[in-house]
Ligand binder design. Structure first.
Ligand code: AMP
Length: 503
């Protein structure tokens, strides 16, 4: 059987030229399946995660379709909703990259990007508007844009939108868009809430599914390091010994909470490792710099929270280290999926203390495969020298003590997950863990590079307090990943740091 080419999918010559210049020789499975349906005007529900080529799967045919027709003032023709600023910026980069031979206009409505510039673009009329839901609602409510000209609606990472509490906003937004439209919905997972959205928002969608999230990539060798103590210092020691026992070119260390990210990064640094932290509480300029260093190979270990790392396309990571199993079991697959990309091999290591056994049990049940036990030489003895911990006597169990009766089924685990997420969103100073002796990074400068009207969090306290809680929460979520002001044109993509992020 001959291999499918981009030309076979029905894309126009200008798009094909850009694809060729991007160096892609053949479409990925999600592209092969989704592009013809989208070009034919049909709705598509794409179940695919970052790394599968799903962004190009909707951007390429969208560019092709948008090439015909003209933008009208304040009425974008295509609306793309993304859960985070970074993801929105990446989608914008894709439009720039694949649309460079066509004259399409684009605006971005995300926290941290000056609305004044974007307002000018919107006024003149844009083909594509890329936005986070909270920011879009703000501007819509202020009467700055009209949604009745939207012919194409794309909802990216719908499951993450759900996790971040954006669904009510999305429902409101969709109610303002004409029913006669093409709707594409992409999600890494397909829980019932997203199925419901697909049903209400889409018309006879074609479901395209690639690499279910539970299919941990075959190119990744997974390991688990069971330690007999809950002591935080012991856990950090275990993490270090694991890292030191492997030949690590570069790796991402995932932590469940922002405060842990800081502490673990500080600890690694203190012990001579080249590590830096990224999470939502750090200023954008600082995160941009850290990310750039990591992409450039100037930083070996990136210590990150799930939210900060979500959706970022960081190719060629050799190792993933989980300081703990993630509170949301499906995040495990997202985390380890950072390595072993594009056919390369990768290794993952998850440190599991007795109090993590339950979460680890959830992960094992989800991935339905065995994970190799790993113990760096001398670690157990070294941990034996650390102060005793009462939990040590609890021992460990491979099943993670997972008892469906005692945990009350999936819904209870969801509640637990949501609580943990909320903790991560607004993690205060460490309560249970000891404070690091050394700081992870020089104290970053406070955010000062955008005007206060772009940054709800910078409004006077009294004004903020007067806002309804839901609205404040929404802005907070939008602001979790902050971008600096964007220029009218966006350049750079893929392994290069987006131009947005550089500024
Ligand atoms: P995504 O799943 O959209 O996050 O894309 C992941 C990465 O795959 C990006 O760096 C894209 O540049 C790259 N990519 C997208 N389509 C292709 C393709 N057909 N061939 C090779 N790489 C691709």
């Amino acid at each position: 059987m001959t291999e499918v080419t981009f030309a076979d999918l029905g894309l126009g010559p200008n798009v094909l030229k850009a694809v060729e210049e991007a160096g892609y020789t053949s479409p990925t499975p999600i592209q092969t399946e989704a592009i013809p349906h989208i070009l034919a005007g049909g709705d598509v529900t794409g179940i695919a995660q970052t790394g599968t080529g799903k962004t190009a799967a909707f951007v390429l045919p969208m560019i092709h379709r948008l090439a015909r027709g003209r933008a009208r003032a304040r009425m974008p023709r295509c609306l793309i909703l993304c859960p985070t600023r970074e993801l929105a910026a990446q989608v914008a980069e894709n439009f720039e990259k694949y649309g460079k031979h066509l004259k399409l206009t684009m605006a971005l409505l995300i926290g941290g990007v000056s609305f004044k510039e974007q307002e000018g673009l919107l006024q003149r009329g844009v083909d594509v508007l890329i936005a986070t839901p909270g920011r879009l609602m703000d501007q819509f409510e202020r009467g700055k844009l009209l949604l009745m000209g939207v012919d194409y609606l794309i909802i990216d990472e719908a499951d993450r939108m759900l996790d971040m509490g954006f669904i009510p906003d999305i429902e409101k937004i969709v109610s303002k868009i004409p029913a006669k439209r093409q709707t594409l919905l992409f999600s890494a997972t397909f829980p019932t809430d997203i199925q419901r959205l697909a049903k209400t928002f889409q018309r006879d969608p074609v479901k395209v599914e690639v690499a279910r999230p539970t299919d941990a990539a075959k190119t990744i060798t997974q390991h688990v390091v069971h330690i007999p103590t809950n002591d935080a210092k012991a856990k950090r020691t275990a993490l270090r010994r694991v890292i030191e026992s492997r030949e690590v070119k570069n790796g991402i260390v995932f932590c469940n909470r922002k405060v842990e990210v800081d502490i673990v990064a500080a600890s690694l640094q203190k012990h001579g490792h080249d590590a830096a932290a990224i999470h939502g509480d750090l200023p954008q300029a600082f995160r941009t710099q850290v990310l750039q260093r990591f992409r450039d190979g100037d930083l070996k270990l990136l210590v990150a929270s799930d939210v900060a790392a979500r959706g970022l396309d960081i190719p060629d990571v050799g190792h993933v280290f989980n300081y703990s199993p993630p509170p949301k079991d499906e995040d495990y697959v997202h985390r380890i999926g950072r390595t072993g990309r594009a056919g390369r091999t990768g290794e993952s290591f998850t440190v599991v203390s007795p109090s993590d056994e339950k979460s680890w049990g959830f992960v094992l049940k989800m991935i339905q495969q065995d994970v190799e036990d790993y113990m760096p030489e001398g670690l157990l003895e070294e941990l034996g020298d650390l102060p005793p911990d009462e939990s040590r006597s609890r021992g460990r169990s491979r099943s993670g003590g997972r008892d469906d009766k005692s945990r009350g089924g999936r819904s209870r685990s969801r509640r637990r997950d949501e609580n943990t997420d909320r903790l991560e969103e607004s993690a205060p100073a460490a309560k249970t863990e000891e404070k690091p002796k050394a700081k992870a990074e020089p104290k970053p400068e406070p955010k000062s590079d955008t005007k206060s009207d772009d940054r709800p969090d910078e409004k006077p306290k009294r004004e903020r307090a007067a806002k309804p809680k839901r609205e404040r929460d929404r802005k907070r979520k939008d602001d979790d990943l902050v971008l600096d002001p964007a220029p009218e044109k966006v350049k750079g993509f893929g392994n290069d740091i987006p131009a947005f992020l550089k500024r």
